[in-house]
Design a protein around this ligand. Structure first.
Ligand code: ADP
Length: 401
């Protein structure tokens, strides 16, 4: 395989280890400076230039995009995607991972643990939001902080309110998050490659510090994750569209709580803590997957008029309960079952002899009209009455013409 590692730090530990691991396995590898690309956008002919010359062919790309160059870096990765080159982390995945709110919003729809979090803007929403996440002590986070900067533990509600107002007046977006007390001063970093955790470590804060970031003096120790933690980490990376990810989890009393999914996880800490060849695992995975570049499934499956993807639910007492997929008649109605989700398990390409159970969720591709009666009705939540607002100013338009 010919591999490009996109990096602005060719000499750093992570890049060096990845390059060496690829070379040791007989692959061709180049470290390309992400900022030296030019992106040519033309109909049917997406192209890339590197240091002003047309880029030669690569089979795979491993993006290592730092937070300071997210916009340009993800544009380069997106261009490789348009050129059907395998990329280890999708441009969408990288963009999503850079915003703590966006990541948690995406994760919240799935069966993975996350700390209760709220995002508010209006002053009057601050106090109720603190209460909704369990009251003080409470965690306040800047949306785009890294290495523990911008993560504050507020001991009481008054202080929390004051901090939030101060940050908001400085035009900072902040999250209010439940303080997972039982995990105070420690968290777990799971290094996910594809569908497994290839190494994990626990980070333990120094003294009375509640943040366990190594940059804040935290120490690390290797840890073997139980199945629940490992599965949560892998699911989180998959949901976020990442094949190589550093998933940070808190050890809550009810199990793992995902804090963050990092798209350019450092290798130094984890390799030193675990003694494992993480770089080798990354390269082996990419080499095995190189024939399967990212496809935008939604884009490709909804091109035929009247066809699309839907999640169908088998309700209690429905005629489908107790029938096999083949006897369900779905296929005859032009519906294909892609996956079957039962509780927290997802069965890809379920066997046609599998018996349907109440509560099963079937991800299907097929004729929309045929699927209509199996799409679960929207459950409406009881809402508190809305406070009447003053006549609105137009604050929504991007521009005033
Ligand atoms: P960063 O991306 O800046 O590292 P994190 O969200 O990972 O920010 O938070 C930094 C550290 O603060 C974590 O490693 C963890 O030790 C601690 N922490 C963050 N959120 C919580 C929380 N909700 N409850 C308890 N500790 C937390």
């Amino acid at each position: 395989m010919k591999l490009a590692i996109l990096s602005c730090s060719p000499k750093c530990y992570s890049t060096t280890r990845l390059r060496e691991a690829a070379e040791a396995r007989g692959h061709k590898v180049k470290v390309l400076n992400t900022l030296k690309f030019a992106i040519d956008v033309a109909q049917g002919d997406p192209d890339l230039y590197y240091r002003s010359k047309p880029l030669s062919h690569y089979d795979a790309v491993l993006p290592r995009i730092g937070a300071s160059i997210t916009y340009f870096g993800t544009a380069v990765v997106r261009q490789f995607e348009q050129m059907d080159v395998f990329v280890a982390n999708s441009s969408n995945g990288i963009s999503n991972s850079r915003d703590k709110l966006r990541s948690l919003q995406i994760l919240s729809k799935h069966h993975v643990g996350i700390p209760e979090t709220t995002f508010v803007r209006d002053r009057t929403d601050v106090l109720p939001a603190i209460e909704r996440v369990g009251g003080a002590p409470v965690i306040i986070k800047l949306l785009e902080g890294t290495q523990g900067v911008g993560v504050i533990l507020a001991d009481n509600t008054k202080v929390a309110e004051a901090i939030i107002e101060t940050l908001q007046s400085a035009r900072q977006n902040v999250l209010v998050q439940k303080f997972v007390k039982e995990s105070k001063g420690r968290d777990v970093r799971a290094f996910v490659v594809g569908d497994r955790v290839v190494g994990a470590m626990r980070r333990i804060a120094q003294g009375t510090e509640f943040r366990s970031n190594v940059h804040r003096g935290g120490r690390v120790e290797p840890v073997t994750l139980d199945e629940q933690y490992a599965e949560t980490a892998v699911r989180a990376a998959q949901i976020m569209g990442m094949k190589v990810a550093g998933v940070d989890l808190l050890e809550g009393k009810d199990g793992p709580q995902i804090m963050e999914v990092n798209s350019s996880p450092g290798l130094q800490g984890i390799e030193l803590a675990t003694g494992l060849d993480i770089a080798g695992a990354v390269v082996d995975y990419i080499a095995a997957q190189v024939s399967f570049p990212e496809l935008d499934v939604r884009q490709r499956l909804t091109v035929s008029r009247g066809y699309g993807v839907a999640e169908l639910r088998i309700p209690e007492g429905s005629d489908y309960v107790g029938r096999t997929i083949v006897d369900s008649g779905l296929r005859e109605r032009d519906i294909n079952v892609l996956t079957l989700a039962r509780d927290t398990t997802i069965i890809p390409n379920p066997n046609s002899s599998r018996v349907l159970e109440p509560g099963d969720r079937l991800l299907c591709f097929g004729k929309l009209e045929s699927m209509r009666d199996l799409v679960p009705p929207k459950i409406r939540k009881a809402r508190r009455p809305k406070v009447k607002n003053l006549p609105p100013e137009d604050r929504d338009s991007d521009s005033q013409n």
